[in-house]
Design a protein around this ligand. Structure first.
Ligand SMILES: NC(=O)c1ccc[n+]([C@@H]2O[C@H](COP(=O)([O-])OP(=O)(O)OC[C@H]3O[C@@H](n4cnc5c(N)ncnc54)[C@H](O)[C@@H]3O)[C@@H](O)[C@H]2O)c1
Length: 364
């Protein structure tokens, strides 16, 4: 069996999940780890018993090795530069979410991946939930008729991070790109990546900037709540809402309304940190009319105990080994970066704005 050599860039929390998943794959060897904090890569190698891995503090040194692929697990602000450097060094890239901080970075990353003929796959593990796949198949099969409205998002009642996540310069945005990116991926992937035209949005940070609710209130520069109406070219609108904090338990389910039917989807789990689409589907209900009248039925969910994160790593590693295209290509995710960019501009300008997305994103 062909073995592939992988490097992990960033040795923090989520890199550990990458390491554990790679260790389960007999055809993968993790041969290098880079973390800019002195000693952290070596600690990481020891912690995960990566006996064949070399430690680095500068990821550019790691990129000089003969590697097939890298996992990029560093903070959002560094995603652009490290991805570009890795692609230019000829590596296949699995990048943690969100893809980037700005839209222009995301476009640049797609262009370099095309120029270098290397994959740039973005880490949205909920796509591996069989029920998420079933939802997409139902919507794409036309069973709902023409979908003209979708509503997605989610909210934590109280779940605001701190540190780099609340710095505008380092994170780019707040709840929207930290957890909202999952909802947007769910909706856009289900709808087949339609082209957005305009956005009208409102964002605020009443909780983050209030010392009663956040210990770093004076440093809180991003949004803790956002809502947007996004208009698409096929006469469809998406309402998107997200919160890190609110006086409410939930922002409601994700729904798809079509001319022939509707579907209501709720996320898995409960409690103040639930309601965010970074895990499995909890329930799905379909609404239609038959010859007698209106009917609604719970859809039978696929009962599974898949570790979605491991599935994401396995699919990427197999794509590298088998020379397949990127499982979750950057050119799909650039659409949500364009929406987020529109949300930030619309909210700042207090009016509807056009989404700025090049006509052919893959053109180099
Ligand atoms: N898919 C998921 O479920 C999921 C979950 C959590 C986090 N994430 C994403 O993963 C990324 C990392 O999050 P985390 O929670 O692991 O953060 P973290 O702070 O725990 O780890 C980041 C690590 O990267 C290192 N680092 C920073 N800049 C670097 C550079 N230039 N070169 C090498 N190392 C560098 C830091 O020293 C740190 O050790 C974020 O983009 C986050 O959004 C994804």
């Amino acid at each position: 069996m062909k073995t592939i050599k992988v490097g992990v860039i960033g040795g923090g929390g989520i890199a550990g999940a990458h390491a554990k998943a790679y260790l389960k794959l007999p055809f993968v060897k993790v041969v290098a780890v880079a973390d800019l904090m002195e000693g952290r890569a070596a600690q990481f190698i020891e912690k995960y018993s990566l006996s064949e891995a070399q430690p680095f503090t500068d990821y550019r040194e790691l990129l000089k090795l003969d590697l097939d692929a890298v996992s990029i697990c560093t903070p959002n602000v560094s995603h652009h530069q490290i991805s570009i450097d890795a692609l230019r060094a000829g590596k296949q890239v699995l990048l943690e979410k969100p893809m980037s901080v700005t839209l222009s970075e995301a476009i640049d990353m797609v262009h370099v991946s095309k120029q270098m003929n290397r994959m740039l796959s973005i880490g949205f593990q909920p796509r591996y939930d069989p029920n998420m796949k079933m939802l997409r198949e139902i919507v794409q099969s036309g069973q709902l008729g023409n979908v003209y409205y979708a509503e997605t998002g989610g909210g934590r009642r109280r779940g605001m991070p701190g540190g780099t996540f609340i710095s505008k310069k380092l994170a780019g945005a707040g709840a929207m790109i930290d957890v909202g990116c999952y909802s947007l991926d769910l909706a856009l992937n289900t709808l087949g990546h339609p082209r957005p035209l305009t956005v009208s949005a409102f964002t605020t940070n009443h909780f983050g900037t209030n010392a009663r609710y956040h210990p770093e209130a004076s440093k809180f520069e991003v949004e803790d709540f956002g809502v947007a109406m996004i208009r698409f070219e096929n006469d469809m609108v998406l309402q998107f809402k997200i919160s890190w904090a609110m006086h409410m338990d939930s922002l409601g389910p994700t729904i798809f309304l079509g001319t022939e039917g509707g579907i209501k989807v709720t996320p898995y789990g409960s409690g103040p940190w639930a309601g965010i689409w970074n895990d499995k589907v909890g329930s799905m209900k379909m609404f239609q009319d038959d010859e007698i009248g209106q009917i609604s039925r719970d859809l039978a969910l696929v009962d599974h105990d898949l570790n979605l994160f491991h599935e994401k790593i396995r699919d990427f590693a197999e794509a590298v080994r088998d020379d397949r295209p990127a499982p979750i290509p950057g050119e799909e995710i650039v659409i949500q970066q364009a929406i987020i960019d529109g949300i930030l501009r619309s909210s700042q300008q207090r009016k509807e704005v056009s989404v700025e997305l090049p006509l052919n994103i893959t053109e180099v």
